[in-house]
Design a protein around this ligand. Structure first.
Ligand code: IPE
Ligand code: IPE
Ligand code: MG
Length: 247
């Protein structure tokens, strides 16, 4: 699925490409309802789109892509939808892993494996293991992920390991998160119009640029993605300071 030649769109005009993009892939259900289809058909279409966006990341030069696939709150959905989603994820790994591996994508999992069905757990472990040495694109899959749970988990681990209070700095804390060792996202995209984080990357989002679009995730194609990257390139990131022009 990811090829070196690319094919999504030319990379020119994009002078400031974010290194790390995170996406809240929302709107699958509404996309399906709009077409009179069951919600799961929307989730299926969403996975097809993911393939295009992964390729677009390689084409545009994004080095890290983090996707929100299933939140710790999504368990509250009807059992049928949850079961369908988990089965779909299993199938996506079966279908895509070989290609991702061959094309240099490193898969990482953000979240807890604990509540997931055992066969999905082992498929995720396997996918992470066999792609660990890849470095063309890091693909973080937030699955059974909750930002607050991540923070609490980090605090628990630091306490268990006996860290002294002075050792608990922002740097140390970051290392204990699921994203330990990776830079924070530069750009967070949310599809389908909602203006909230929904417990996504609560710590890491501190200075990310936020981009929201009404487009539903299955329709968020590489052209739309490119628009988000162009918008990012026009932002002035200040990190609390003053831009050069005002100094
Ligand atoms: C996002 O689409 C996918 C997941 C949360 C798993 P939704 O299923 O939330 O779609 P909407 O928001 O109902 O349209
Ligand atoms: C966020 O979408 C979670 C994922 C995209 C996986 P939701 O649809 O679950 O978020 P809310 O419920 O609208 O906040
Ligand atoms: Mg939603």
């Amino acid at each position: 699925m990811v090829s070196a030649e690319g094919g999504s769109a030319p990379t020119n005009e994009l002078d400031t490409v974010p290194q790390h993009v995170a996406i809240i892939m929302d709107g699958n259900g509404r996309w399906a309802r709009q077409r009179g289809l069951p919600r799961l058909a929307g989730h299926r279409a969403g996975t097809e789109n993911l393939r295009r966006i992964i390729q677009a990341c390689v084409d545009f030069g994004v080095k890290i892509l983090t996707i929100y696939a299933f939140s710790t709150e999504n368990w509250t959905r009807p059992q049928e939808e949850v079961g369908g989603l988990l089965a779909l994820m299993s199938r996506v790994i079966d279908r895509e892993l070989d290609n991702l591996r061959k094309n240099g994508v490193q898969i990482r999992h953000l979240g807890s494996l604990d509540e997931l069905p055992p066969d999905l757990q082992s498929k995720i472990r396997h996918a992470v293991q066999v792609t660990a040495a890849n470095d063309r694109l890091v693909l973080n899959v937030a699955l059974n992920y909750g930002g607050r749970r991540e923070i609490v988990g980090a605090a628990q681990r630091m306490m268990r390991e006996g860290l002294a209070p002075e050792q608990v700095t922002e740097q140390t804390f970051s290392r204990y998160l699921y994203t330990g060792g990776l830079p924070d996202p530069d750009l967070i995209i949310r599809t389908a119009g909602e203006m909230r984080l929904s417990n996504f990357l609560v710590w890491q989002a501190a200075y990310a640029e936020f981009y929201a679009t009404p487009t539903y995730w299955p329709d968020f194609d590489p052209k739309e993605f490119r628009k988000a990257l162009v918008a990012y390139g026009q932002r002035t990131r200040k990190f609390g300071g003053l831009p050069d022009a005002d100094r």
